[in-house]
Design a protein around this ligand. Structure first.
Ligand code: ADP
Length: 416
């Protein structure tokens, strides 16, 4: 028996095949550049060398077909027949207020995911295409949807409502949803496991700092607030997204530069953040740090702004929870950048303040393991936890397969 995890995006389908324990990776890879020249399959089997080859793939359906052919290939494959795949776990970005747990996919679930295409027009449609491809190629496997928004279903109304007329919530469902939930849930559980402490006893802040960045306040294992909002645009400064900005500034720019909603959307999501602030033609933090080290003033300022925003949210979330026990860094930047972790934590050392103190040597050490990087006197534990969203999806899928109920979240829909 095997579990296939599928993450279908607008131009790629990522996959990981897990063994029956839902933990051991048998194969993984990606079909990328779908719809562009040079569509390719990258594939890594259990032991073999990574393979890469050009493929003729026009859509998610053909991508899943190509992936299944690779998994059952006589030479590089890891399973004999596709029937060995008992379940497919699909990453779905938006489950809205209805789909707040991993769910076996049926027509009703698909229609709700489709309804939420309105709220996540870039993500839910390709996710849905991945689901349909899974159903077509693997009709006997259980198809499960795991949602990026679901972990945040426990956020209370005082944290998820915006200060606008209530009818825009009741009629248009405008509210904070939050994203990266699969990652925040995974790293919070791994952090508690590493510390040997029950998650229910901890006040934790998880910082998912990748190309997209978000932070979550997790109290007793439940998300109580998160930095992303109605869309992933809100909150931290990211690779190409601006994060928090006064909406009046957006209106002002639209009016004075005659920008359409689509152009403004493009500007805020694709042309802002580190890319815009550093002005070096790259949104990769490694390039920004290198430029800053070389004396580029704008790159230095971009780094400052990035880290300052993270610090601000640490303060806000610690206040929101009334305390902080564990600070977790994850994703590309969080896992790999000692510079960012140092700048974020600097000045938080005093016990009267936050009691967050890094150990410089531990912080500088590169590793792919979960690790503690706080200094001895630090009141707050500081952890680096490599995220693994595929593994979390496999675990959730296995849990559904084995009929174990998911931990109840207080997901009762808020009624005004
Ligand atoms: P995504 O949000 O696309 O999944 P990742 O979590 O893979 O992104 O993070 C990608 C980002 O991580 C890159 O843009 C880069 O800025 C950053 N990154 C990766 N390695 C390092 C490093 N050693 N130092 C600083 N930043 C890094």
């Amino acid at each position: 028996m095997a579990i296939l995890v599928v993450n279908a995006g607008s131009s790629s389908v990522k996959f990981t095949l897990f063994g029956p324990d839902g933990e051991t990776v048998w194969a993984s890879g990606i079909v990328e550049r779908i719809g562009f020249d040079g569509t390719r399959l990258k594939y890594r089997g259990r032991e073999g060398q990574p393979l890469e080859r050009l493929v003729l793939v026009a859509d998610a359906d053909e991508a899943v077909g190509t992936i299944l052919a690779a998994l059952t290939d006589k030479v590089h494959g890891v399973i004999g027949r596709i029937q060995e795949i008992a379940a497919v776990g699909h990453r779905v970005v938006h489950g809205g207020e209805t789909l707040t747990h991993p769910t076996v996919i049926d027509d009703r679930v698909k229609s709700v995911i489709s309804e939420y295409c309105r709220l996540a027009p870039l993500h839910n449609p390709p996710n849905l295409a991945g689901i349909e491809a899974g159903e077509r190629h693997l009709p006997n496997a259980v198809q499960v949807a795991v949602f990026d928004t679901a972990f945040h279903a426990t956020i209370p109304p005082h944290a998820f409502l915006y200060g606008i007329p209530q009818r825009y919530y009741t009629e248009d469902r405008i509210r904070r949803y939050g994203f990266h939930g699969i990652s925040h849930k995974y790293v919070s559980e791994e952090a508690a496991r590493f510390l040997g402490l029950p998650l229910t006893s901890l006040h934790m802040i998880t910082c998912h700092l990748g190309n997209g960045c978000s932070m979550t306040a997790i109290q007793g294992g439940r998300s109580v607030d998160t930095s992303m909002g109605f869309t992933p645009l809100e909150g931290l400064v990211m690779g190409t997204r601006c994060g928090d900005i006064d909406p009046a500034a957006v209106l002002h720019l639209m009016e004075h530069h005659r920008l359409s909603p689509a152009s403004m959307n493009e500007l805020l999501n694709k042309q802002s953040g580190l890319l815009a602030l550093a002005g070096i033609g790259s949104n990769d933090l490694r390039d920004v740090i290198a430029a800053a080290d070389g004396g580029n003033r704008h790159a230095e300022q971009a780094l400052d702004i990035f880290c300052y925003r993270v610090r601000k949210y640490i303060g806000a979330f610690a206040a929101a929870m009334g305390g902080l026990d564990v600070l977790v860094f994850t994703a590309g930047i969080g896992e790999n950048s000692p510079v960012v972790r140092r700048r974020v934590c600097l000045g938080f050392e005093s016990a009267e303040g936050f009691g967050i103190e890094l150990d410089p040597q531990k912080n500088a050490l590169a590793s792919y393991q979960v690790r503690a990087i706080q200094a001895e006197p630090s009141r707050v534990k500081i952890l680096v936890v490599p995220t693994n969203e595929e593994l979390e999806i496999a675990r959730e899928t296995l849990q559904i397969l084995s009929g174990r109920p998911h931990r109840a979240a207080s997901t009762e829909r808020y009624r005004s």
